[in-house]
Design a binder for this molecule. Structure first.
Ligand SMILES: C[S@@+](CC[C@H](N)C(=O)[O-])C[C@H]1O[C@@H](n2cnc3c(N)ncnc32)[C@H](O)[C@@H]1O
Length: 198
């Protein structure tokens, strides 16, 4: 098993007895987002009073949205002790009408998460995804951007951290990855504006 830097680690040595299986926890791309990322987003974008954090992990982002006064529906494929257990990609109708969807999705399914979020959102609703800057490149994603251009991409000038299994102490002293918040507004067909935060 590897941590986010690519080094081999024993992630669970210090985790003790949790009530979910070790391999289940390690699967599905669980990298918790530094909560500051949520605060930076809320500084620059307004959202619906209701937010759906559809891959919530242990709630590192969701808790910040709640603190800011939003009503947050939090769900994840895996029960990590926070939110509802729900496969986002298999959810046909939003369980929270009128919600904006905000998450750091599993990177392996990031494009699918964006597409599905836009599919099930009503016109004018926002979809905000915390993604690597490299998400901008690639031929398949070019097609996505042509069909559904993000309205704004906020590049984080300072590095934000994502920690495997939510263990910032153990796995995440620094971060070599550049992240950005990508904001889609359902139905938007204009140019994408790039801005900088942090
Ligand atoms: C990169 S982590 C981010 C966790 C959280 N959003 C955060 O920022 O701290 C991705 C999360 O997506 C979840 N996930 C993977 N596939 C999923 C699916 N099909 N539906 C819902 N959640 C999923 C994983 O279990 C994991 O918790």
């Amino acid at each position: 098993m590897k941590d986010w830097t690519g080094n081999s680690r024993s992630a669970h040595a210090a985790l003790g007895a949790r009530n979910y299986a070790q391999n289940e926890r390690e699967e599905h791309d669980y990298y918790a987002t530094e909560p500051k990322a949520a605060r930076l987003l809320l500084d620059v974008e307004t959202f619906s009073p209701v937010i759906w954090e559809c891959a919530c992990g242990e709630g590192h982002l969701a808790k910040e949205f709640e603190k800011a006064g939003h009503l947050v529906f939090a769900s994840d494929l895996i029960d990590r002790g926070y939110g509802e257990k729900l496969d986002f990609l298999a959810t046909g109708i939003s369980p929270v009408p009128g919600a904006d969807i905000i998450t750091n999705p599993p990177y392996a399914f990031a494009k699918e998460f964006v597409e599905h979020a836009l599919d099930i959102s009503e016109d004018g609703r926002k979809v905000a995804m915390f993604l690597k800057i490299q998400f901008l490149e690639g031929k398949a994603r070019r097609e996505l951007f042509k069909k559904c251009p993000p309205k704004t991409v906020y590049v984080s000038s300072g590095r934000l951290r994502c920690a495997m299994n939510g263990d910032f102490e153990k796995y995440c002293k620094s971060n070599a990855v550049c992240y950005a918040w990508y904001i889609w507004v359902k139905g938007y067909q204009g140019d994408t504006v790039i801005k900088w935060i942090n």
